[in-house]
Design a protein around this ligand. Sequence first.
Ligand code: PLP
Length: 393
Amino acid sequence: MFEKLQEQQPGALLGLLIAFKADPRPNKIDLGVGLYRDETGNTPVMRAVKAAERHLQETQQSKSYIGREGDLAFVELLKPIIFGEGSELIDKTVGLQTPGGCGAIRLAADVIATASPDASIWLGTPGWISHNLFFEYSKQRIVEYPFFDLVEQKIMFDKVLEVLTSAPEGDVILLHGCCHNPTGVNFTMDQWRQITDLLVERNLVPFLDLAYQGLGNGLEEDVEPLRHVLSRVDEAIITYSCDKNFGLYRDRVGVLYLMSRNPEHLKIAGSNAAACAAPSWGMPPDHGGAIVRTILESEELTAMWKAELVQMCARVNGNRAALAEAHPDLAFVKCQGGLFSTLNMSKETAKALRQNYGIYFADSGRMNLAGMQPSDAKTIVDALITEGVLNAL
Ligand code: PLP
């Protein structure tokens, strides 16, 4: 039974985290794993989360099962945050709570594989490698296309349009809703409009993965593209993570929303998703969803959460500004958003930066902008110059 070793899933980033913790150098900088960190290097429990946990501890009467769809009050309360207060999309979407954004994508992959086994999934590169894993696992055909030029730090928009023009009807186009992982780039609104036109014309299904709402430019700003796409298409898949914007990482809080303008199809979509969830995890863990529900049920806690998220977002953008200021060739970092940007460097250079300076980039050159302090910008730039990633000033 256990003779054949399965190919390993990438766990390199967690390996980096362990190496970083073990590194005795006091000036080490962790730009590796994708976690928000505050000015002390901690990934804090948000104040609103603490308050919601206290409330739950005092008031929760039972921990009995809830059901395959999870906490539907939580799923509904998130809708106005994503789709907009009073949005027509609220009635055109059905949602299921999932174990994190990963669970939502895993479930979406199964839903697509069941409903549309011949559809290919189109993924831009560089992208988030876990997307490939989920679709490979559900035996979905993946088509990769070049999305971003790391040297130029530019979206290859012509290529994106070419792909959308060549994809067969019914195929699924995965788009990062905001804060692209790993490049931090986003389409301009004009580009989003052009993409949407093609999605509609060619009857392609948008799959919008939204894992960082509020950490790019703000809660409302970050969903403007998503709302535009959804306002025009008939069907869509939306995967959502509360793990970053509520700081709930290990509690694994996500939602899969399916959207259809046809009420019958919407019912079927929800029922199919629940059928796919049952053999995967039975029902999702409750605690994290209950925390988010408790926050969103309270005006006071919602305001507290939003204010802290604004601070987190400002801190990341402050770090972006500091790096951009420290070297003219890093000016692009300021125009990107979310936790990540990726520099064009080899795996060997990333290793040298770790070994020689205690600066932990991912092997791909991805850096987590939340992992630094503004005062680290010069140290990082000096190391990048010495390793030949940047020209001398
Ligand atoms: N989607 C993207 C683009 C991500 O970067 C991540 C996490 O890194 C996720 C989804 C899933 O997040 P989680 O499973 O931690 O909620």
